[in-house]
Design a protein around this ligand. Sequence first.
Ligand code: HSE
Length: 322
Amino acid sequence: MPRSERVRVFAPATLSNLGPGFDVLGLALERPGDYVTAEWSDSPGVEIAEVRGDADQLPLDPASNVVGIAATAVLQAYDSRASEPRPPGVRLWLDKRMPLASGLGSSAASSVGGALAVVELLGAAFDHEELIACALEGERAVSGSVHADNVAPCVVGGILLIRSYNPLELLSLPVPDRLWIAVVHPHTAVATAEARRLVAERRFEISQAVANLGQLGAMVTALHRSDLALLGRSISDALVEPIRAPLVPGFVNVKQAALKAGALGCSLSGSGPSVFAFAESHSQAEDLAGHIAVRFQEVAGLESDSYTGKVNMRGACRVSEE
Ligand code: HSE
C-alpha cells in the first residue's frame, strides 16, 4: 500500500456481550460511528487538532484521549519493525458521531479510528490482530482493563466470538440474512470502568455459570443454523445483566415491553445504558425501537436516540473525504 498524505476512516459502534457472552461476544453496527481524519505533521508524535461532535469534554492531550493513545501505539509498532523512515508526526481530527458512555463502544470506535487512520496514512500492512492490539491500548486506558468485544468487531465487522485473550483468538460467526437490530440509547450515562468494577467485585454461583454456558452454546448454534427463534431465546444473561440493570433506570420494564412487543431477544448493550433487541425484519426493528424509546420515556422520563439496521460485515474502513 502506498503512503498517503491525508486519510479519513469510519469506525462503527458495536454491541458487546449480546446477553450471555460477557467480554467474549460482540457485533458491529452499520451506524452510528466515529470518523477520524489524519495527516502527516512536522511536529514529532501525535497531535489532536480538534474533537468535533457531541464530545467537547474529551481532552485534546493525545496521552489522555483514546484516539491519540491508539494512534501512538501504531507509530510505535511501525517504528519497532525497522520499517521505512516516516514523517515525524501525525495530526488527527476526531469527529464523534456517537454518544459517550452509551454502551455502544464509543471508546473502541475512537481507538480503532485512531489506529486505522495511522495505518492507512503509513500505507503499512497491519493485520487485524495487530490493529486490534494497538486499539486495545486506547480501550485499556478508559475501561481500566482490557476487553476486546467492542474493539475486535469494530475492526473485523460481523459477529465475533473471542475464544481466547492470551493469545487473542477470534472466531467470526455466521450472520443470518434475516437478522435486524434495534438499538436505543436512553439519555443517561454509565461509566464502563464503574460497571466493570461492579462485576469484578462479585462472586457467582456455579448455577449462574452453567446457565450462561448453555445460552452461549445455544447462541453459537443458532447463528450456524440461522435459527432466529433460538438466537433470541439465547439472549439471556444470569451473570452480569442482573448486576447492571439497576444502573439503567427503567431497564427491567423496558425489556419486558420489548419482549411483549415481539422482540426475538433483548438485553443491555455492553455495560449499558443502551438496549438492543433482535428482530426478523426492518419494520419490526423500527417498531421495537419505537416501543423501547416510548417505554424509557414513560417509566424513567428519559429521551432516547435509536438506530436500526443489519450487522455491519465490513468493520472499520477508509472513506472518502467529505
Ligand atoms: N464486555 C464489556 C463489559 C463491554 O460488559 O464491561 C463494555 O462496553
